[in-house]
Each structure stands twice: as structure tokens, then as C-alpha cells.
Design a protein around this ligand. Structure first.
Ligand SMILES: *Cc1c(COP(=O)(O)O)cnc(C)c1O
Length: 340
């Protein structure tokens, strides 16, 4: 039995999801005439208590569209040094928007309001780029699934208001944070100008992301999505998966978090593990003591048992739990680790 712990994006549609997809009512979404896409957009907008939402093929495209919405070429955005928008979107910030990033040396991908305020370039000092946007990420990907303290996000909002900056949330894994912290989507909707969410991570859809905001912003986002080549036709087949996931596959994220904590606790007790980073949701980042075992040997030993995880460089490794990682696989994996 293959056990794939590389990412929460390796999941396949569940039987219920496939049924929902196959029976979806569809139309041409480029003419805004796909009823299922429209329904998904209304659903996500209302979840966050915002006026409008727009369906996208990927999280990268939602983030890139948001950045384009809030900036002009030459501007600068502020984000943590671990941010997905900076590290893993192919340099799109500069390619698509002509914008640079001021990186904050935060903690596990999270910044403080003081750090953000210190990073703002004085608006009248025309030699430096104009700061126009702050991007936060929750949960943090490179930060090991860390969840923000909501009050810090509120303090950053106050800084954005004081200096007239836009505020975007990369909420690819916001669902994990909501479940773990008992927060609501509405709280986040109130705080940010735009939020991007992924349906293809923990929620288990094959594809899809959504951007939420007010009507005017989302109208402009429609044009940018077109320019980026993100217009889709009978996308309702995919949007149906999103609706199904939001209704049926959200609460189960708690199980991914529980399994991750059990893996983390076991790793802590193993002699060849040097350090396990604090663990809050479904991402486990840990370090091997290479005096005992090299990273490559560890990965290879697991491969031989049909278990797959990935290295992150610097003796670090990552495990991500997800809905296709079953109780039975969990038992096998824990047993394998104990006897490695
Ligand atoms: C996965 C991810 C994205 C981008 O999503 P894609 O669908 O892979 O383009 C953006 N931000 C974070 C934090 C992510 O984990």
C-alpha cells in the first residue's frame, strides 16, 4: 500500500465528490453562465461575509491577481521571508505586477505589527519604492502549518489603515486554521481587503481556488484573471467539487491535525531525530541527526516500504497529513518509524 505524505495536494476526489462533479449543472463561465461556478462563488463570498468571489484554477493565480489589484508597477509589498507569494510563485510578483517584496524576518512565517510598521517606506521619500500592500499567510506553508494569533492580524490591520495600505491574506490553508483555532471565516472577511483560499489542499478537490473581496475589486479581478489566461468554460464540474468539499470535507481536517500530532510526538522520541518544529495543524517539519542517519538514507528506507516524504534541504524534512492518509496507513507508518 502506497503511503504518500509529500503534500495534502496528493488526494484524489472522494466517491461523494465524484458524484457531485458528474451531476453538476454547467454552462460557459467565460460568459458567467455556469450556474455551479456562480453557486460556489456565492457560497464562498457568504462564508466570509463579503460581497463577491471569483473562482480560479490555482492559488498562485488568485494571489497574483490580488497583488495586481492592490499595486502599481514600481510599488513594494511587505511579506514574511517564508511567504509563498515570494518563494513559490515563480517570481510572479515582479513578472506580473512589477512589484518588489520587502521581506520581514518573522517567526515561522508570521510577522508582528511593529515589524510591518518598521518596513514601510516613507511615502514622501520618492527614492524608495512606494509601499502599497501587506500580505499575510495563514496557515504558513514554509512555517510548518503555523496559525497566526488573530489579535496580531488585527494589529497589522490597524497599521495598514494608518498608512493607507491594502491587506491581502494568502489563505490557501485558512480552513486548517479555522478548525484548529475555532475561528470563523467571517472574522477574516472583516479584516482583509482580499482573501485567497485553496480548495485543492486539505479540502481534497482536484483543482480550484477562490478570491473574495468587495464587488468592485472582484470585478477588476475578473479582468486580471482573463489577462492571466484563467478564464474557464464548463468549470462547474470542478466547482461542484468545491461546493461538496465545503459542505462535507471541512470538519474532518481535525483528524489530519490529530494524526500529525501523533506523528510529531513519535518523531520526538526517536534517537535519530534532532528536532521537531512546533506542530499546530497538518504540516510536520523536522530535522534529522545526520550523525545517526543521513536524510537521503531516511527517505530511501521509507521508500523501500512504499512510504513517501520529501526533504526541504538543511537536514530538514516535511510530512503532510491529508484525507487520503487513512487510519490503517497511520498505524503502518507509526509502526515503520518505530522499527526503522
Ligand atoms: C499551495 C499554496 C498556494 C498556491 O496554490 P497553487 O494552487 O499550488 O497555485 C499559495 N499559498 C500557499 C500558502 C500555498 O500553500
Amino acid at each position: 500500500m502506497e503511503i504518500n505524505l509529500i503534500s495534502d495536494t496528493v488526494t484524489k476526489p472522494s466517491p461523494g465528490m465524484l458524484d457531485a462533479m458528474m451531476s453538476a449543472d454547467v454552462g460557459d463561465d467565460v460568459f458567467k453562465a455556469d450556474p455551479t461556478v456562480n453557486r460556489l462563488e456565492e457560497k464562498v463570498a457568504s462564508l466570509f461575509n463579503r460581497e463577491a468571489a471569483l473562482y480560479f484554477p490555482s492559488g498562485t493565480m488568485t494571489n497574483q491577481t490580488a497583488i495586481k489589484l492592490h499595486t502599481k508597477p514600481g510599488d513594494q509589498l511587505i511579506c514574511d521571508k517564508y511567504a509563498h507569494v515570494y518563494n513559490y510563485e515563480g517570481g510572479g510578483v515582479s513578472f506580473n505586477s512589477g512589484v518588489s517584496c520587502k521581506l520581514i524576518d518573522g517567526h515561522r512565517g508570521m510577522m508582528t505589527a511593529n515589524q510591518v510598521e518598521d518596513a514601510i517606506n516613507p511615502p514622501d521619500f520618492y527614492h524608495s519604492p512606494l509601499t502599497s500592500l501587506v500580505c499575510a499567510e495563514n496557515t504558513t506553508n514554509k512555517g510548518g502549518g503555523a496559525c497566526w494569533n488573530f489579535s496580531e492580524l488585527v494589529r497589522i490591520k490597524a497599521v495598514c489603515q494608518k498608512y493607507g495600505l491594502a491587506y491581502h491574506l494568502d489563505g490557501a490553508r485558512i480552513w486548517n486554521a479555522l478548525i484548529e483555532k475555532g475561528e470563523t471565516a467571517k472574522q477574516y472577511g472583516e479584516l482583509f481587503d482580499t482573501i485567497s483560499v485553496c480548495l485543492s489542499k486539505g479540502l481534497g478537490c482536484p483543482v480550484g481556488s477562490v478570491l473574495v473581496g468587495d464587488k468592485e475589486l472582484i470585478n477588476n479581478a475578473l479582468r486580471i484573471r482573463k489577462i492571466l489566461g484563467g478564464g474557464m468554460r464548463q468549470a462547474g464540474f470542478m466547482a461542484a467539487a468545491g461546493i461538496y468539499a465545503l459542505d462535507n470535507q471541512m470538519d474532518r481536517l481535525a483528524d489530519d491535525h490529530k494524526k500529525a500530532r501523533e506523528i510529531g510526538a513519535l518523531l520526538e522520541s526517536l534517537p535519530f531525530i534532532k528536532k521537531v518544529e512546533p506542530l499546530e495543524t497538518n504540516i510536520i517539519i523536522f530535522e534529522i541527526n545526520e550523525d545517526y542517519l543521513s536524510v537521503d538514507d531516511f527517505i530511501l528506507k521509507l521508500h523501500k516500504k512504499d512510504i513517501y516524504i520529501i526533504g526541504m534541504g538543511n537536514s530538514k524534512l516535511r510530512i503532510v497529513t491529508h484525507m487520503d492518509y487513512t487510519d490503517q496507513m497511520h498505524e503502518i507508518f507509526l509502526k515503520t518509524l518505530r522499527t526503522l
